[in-house]
Each structure stands twice: as structure tokens, then as C-alpha cells.
Design a protein around this ligand. Sequence first.
Ligand SMILES: Cc1cc2nc3c(=O)[nH]c(=O)nc-3n(C[C@H](O)[C@H](O)[C@H](O)COP(=O)(O)O)c2cc1C
Length: 177
Amino acid sequence: MDQTPIAVAAPDAAGFRRAMGLFPTGVSIVTTGSGDSTSALTINAVTAVSLDPLLVLVSIGATGRMRFRIEAESVFGLSMLTDRQAGLCRTFARSDRPEGTAATHLLGATGPVSGVTLVEDALTALECRVHDRVDGGDHVLFLGRVVAIHDGENSARPLVFHRGRYVRIGLPLRTDQ
Ligand SMILES: Cc1cc2nc3c(=O)[nH]c(=O)nc-3n(C[C@H](O)[C@H](O)[C@H](O)COP(=O)(O)O)c2cc1C
């Protein structure tokens, strides 16, 4: 039996962004450096990769400042944000985001193991040493070896990004649903 072909549009960036926007994520601030050399950037492309060794992956724009700063420092911090930190999230997603001492003051914490700047009162924060770096098209994928885990605001709710908006996590589902 003949089948009528279905027209399929070639995938493009707008469609990909829309599709991936349906997948809710937490929001983090990736940091590198400290004091007057702090750089920070809002990201949501974060994945836990391995337990042995402990590895986490972050995807960073290949042509942006942060990529080169992480390569220079070989260390990064990853602070997962609470729903009270949407302001910080917006600030560090701007092209003219604070750098150096101004960023250090806004973020407010320092990792004791690596010395990297972290976000104070985050949900949780990791200190990582760069373990590997992989080409990811217009991004670079950094695999970080986790050297410290900081328990944060355990009772706080995460900041969640969904369909291009910041949302709160809702009620738990019943287990039989
Ligand atoms: C919710 C959210 C998630 C983002 N996730 C990433 C990400 O995973 N990786 C990344 O490189 N940029 C990400 N960005 C974009 C950066 O925060 C920043 O806006 C972008 O790199 C522009 O900075 P530039 O002008 O210095 O290049 C995200 C922005 C927002 C608001």
C-alpha cells in the first residue's frame, strides 16, 4: 500500500530551543577564579556523569569569556540556585555581567579546597578540577572532577527553568500515579 509521505521540516535552532525548553532543568552559576579574578555565568546545561571518579559535565559557549577563563584556571565552581536567587541568575546571564571583585562580593562564598568563588546560600555547591574538555559544536563540554561538595540550603526549593521561564517545583506526585 502506498503511504503518503509526511513533510518533515529540517530541524533548526529555534525548533531545537523550543523542544529542549520543554525539558525542565535546574539553574546553576558556574564560577572560576577568586577575588579580583572571579568570572561567573548562569548555565542550565549540567549533567552528573560518573560516580567513580566523581565527574560532572558543564556546557559552556565556545566563544565566550567563561570558556577561556575555565581553561586558564583549570578549576570551576558549580552552585545550584534556589528559587530566591532568580536575581543572581539574571545578573550572571547578562553580557555585561559583573566580573572580578564586584562578582566576588555579589556571590559571597569561597570554596575552601580550590579557592574558587561560589554562591552563598546556594542549594548545594561543587568545587571541580577540569578532568577533560570535549568539543560540543558552538559549546565546549568541560568534565569536572568533583573535589568538594558543600551542602547548602537543604530545605530551599530549586530555581527551575521551563519553557523559557523561571518556575517553582510543585507538589509531589502520589507514587501510584
Ligand atoms: C536559564 C539560562 C540557562 C543558560 N544556560 C547556559 C549554558 O548551559 N551554557 C552557556 O554557555 N550559556 C548558558 N546561558 C547563557 C549565558 O548565561 C549568557 O547569557 C550567554 O553566554 C551570553 O553571554 P556573553 O554575551 O558573554 O556570551 C544560559 C542563560 C540562561 C538565562
